[in-house]
Design a protein around this ligand. Structure first.
Ligand SMILES: C[S@@+](CC[C@H](N)C(=O)[O-])C[C@H]1O[C@@H](n2cnc3c(N)ncnc32)[C@H](O)[C@@H]1O
Length: 275
């Protein structure tokens, strides 16, 4: 049994991560709710801020979800495996070339976390075959191993009632949501222009059709009596899809964006609530 007093925090760098606007998100959560549901959990910025006792988390990225599960079930094995990595270009490309499907769950999680910490911009991107294809990041001293945090996250995931899935979000909601639950939807954003936004977290893109279907699911959850909050970009389509709900404009500086390492342009994004 592991004991720690450290507060768990997100363990991956994630495109569209919400740490930057976490205070605004916290100001907007409902006062009281049943379970917490996050169908596009990514790095889980809000999950680790809220630390709910009962939750369902999900992401279509199987590598990411395998890492959540390994941190929960095998933190010590993961820590031992992470100690073996080297922040070197050749080592990086050798490990990147290995198929995660040829590895044990612990090795797979270790490879994924290593690549996340050492790859360019902390981006997760796949080619059309579903292979991770981001180049080496040349960081001087990346924090590949954070023992304290792995233990803290593991302890949290084991002490609370957290169900973890790697499905398409439609397999989770609306079915698994009950009246009074709080659902936070943070999908890949609707692109502001044709070239500006990152929507391909996996080989599957998130298209305008997906945004429309998600808006239908939002409305179904609303009818069901759930509290629903959604993040997205400020576009005409998104404003139209959520007309009639509470739309809040938020000022942000997005660190991971196209050409993001050079530019940190401020942008408005939307937070949409049914309460
Ligand atoms: C904007 S990110 C979420 C960021 C997260 N809130 C954070 O703080 O790191 C969107 C996530 O949705 C996931 N995703 C994309 N399409 C999905 C789908 N159809 N079902 C479930 N998850 C999906 C991506 O893998 C990505 O992790």
């Amino acid at each position: 049994m592991l004991f720690t007093v450290v507060k768990p925090k997100p363990f991956v760098k994630w495109a569209g991560g919400k740490r930057q606007i976490i205070n605004i998100l916290m100001e907007n959560i409902p006062n009281k709710f049943g379970k917490y549901i996050e169908p596009f959990v990514g790095g889980g910025a809000l999950l680790f801020e809220l630390l709910p006792k009962k939750a369902i988390i999900n992401d279509i990225n199987g590598e990411l979800i395998n890492l959540y599960r390994v941190i929960k079930d095998s933190p010590e094995e993961l820590i031992e495996s992470l100690k073996k990595h080297k922040n070197e270009k050749e080592y990086y490309y050798r490990l990147r070339a290995i198929s995660p499907y040829d590895l044990t769950p612990v090795e797979r999680a270790s490879r994924f976390l290593y690549l996340n910490k050492t790859c360019f911009n902390g981006l997760y991107r796949e080619n059309s075959k579903g292979e991770f294809n981001v180049p080496f990041g040349r960081y001087k001293n990346p924090k590949i191993l954070d023992i304290e945090n792995i233990k803290a996250v593991s302890e949290y995931l084991n002490s609370a009632n957290i169900e973890i899935y790697d499905f398409d979000y439609k397999e989770i909601i609306p079915e698994m949501a009950e009246p009074g639950d709080f659902v936070y939807l943070d999908p890949p954003y609707q692109p502001v222009s044709k070239t500006s936004s990152f929507t391909k977290y996996t080989k599957y893109d998130f298209t305008e059709k997906d945004q429309r279907e998600l808006a239908d699911v939002f409305k179904e959850l609303d009818r069901k009596g759930c509290y629903v909050m959604l993040s997205n970009s400020d576009t005409n389509i998104i404003r139209k899809l959520y007309t009639g709900f509470n739309i809040i404009e938020i000022q942000t500086n997005r660190p991971i964006n196209s050409k993001a390492n050079k530019r940190k342009a401020s942008a408005v994004e939307l937070l949409i609530k049914n309460y």
